[in-house]
Design a protein around this ligand. Structure first.
Ligand code: SF4
Length: 152
């Protein structure tokens, strides 16, 4: 799995300070994709740098948000699981931004937050009430739609 950028943000997950890791090789085909470079095999191997990156930020964050699913195959799912175990071991939260129009899949239950839905220009981003995208938070092992927190 390749990543192309990292940063700290309070925008992606409401009420959390997240280390955001941008995952390359997005397999979605959103019309008017706003970050086409995310579809390329671009950046460095996350497996090689994850611990180093995480150590730099871990005392300043409450959550790690993976922006994109990469190739979304068995190997990437296992890799996400490995990172989530490390993060949860430190009592920090995990988030996945999937750009697919899907339901929450079994393998995604390693994440405390899951965003699903493709970017559709006519419905707008998560910050618009018209958005087709949804952010869920796992509460007592059930995912609750908290998209409304973006509209305050
Ligand atoms: S999820 Fe859609 S908008 Fe985001 S990088 Fe992939 S194709 Fe582009």
């Amino acid at each position: 799995m390749y990543y192309n950028n990292v940063g700290v943000s309070e925008l992606e997950i409401p009420l959390e300070k997240s280390l955001v890791i941008y995952i390359s090789q997005c397999t979605n085909n959103c019309l008017n994709c706003h970050t086409p470079y995310m579809k390329e095999k671009y950046g460095d191997l996350l497996n090689k740098y994850f611990r180093e990156i995480y150590l730099v930020y871990k005392n300043y964050i409450t959550c790690v948000c993976f922006m994109g699913e990469g190739l979304n195959n068995q190997k990437t799912k296992e890799e996400f699981k490995k990172y989530c175990d490390i993060i949860h071991n430190d009592h920090k939260l995990t988030a996945l931004y999937s750009g697919r129009d899907c339901l929450i899949e079994d393998w995604m239950e390693i994440f405390d937050y899951v965003k699903i839905g493709s970017y559709k220009e006519k419905y707008g981003p998560l910050t618009k009430k018209t958005t087709n995208q949804r952010l869920y938070k796992k509460i007592n092992n059930q995912y609750k739609d908290i998209t409304y927190l973006f509209w305050r």
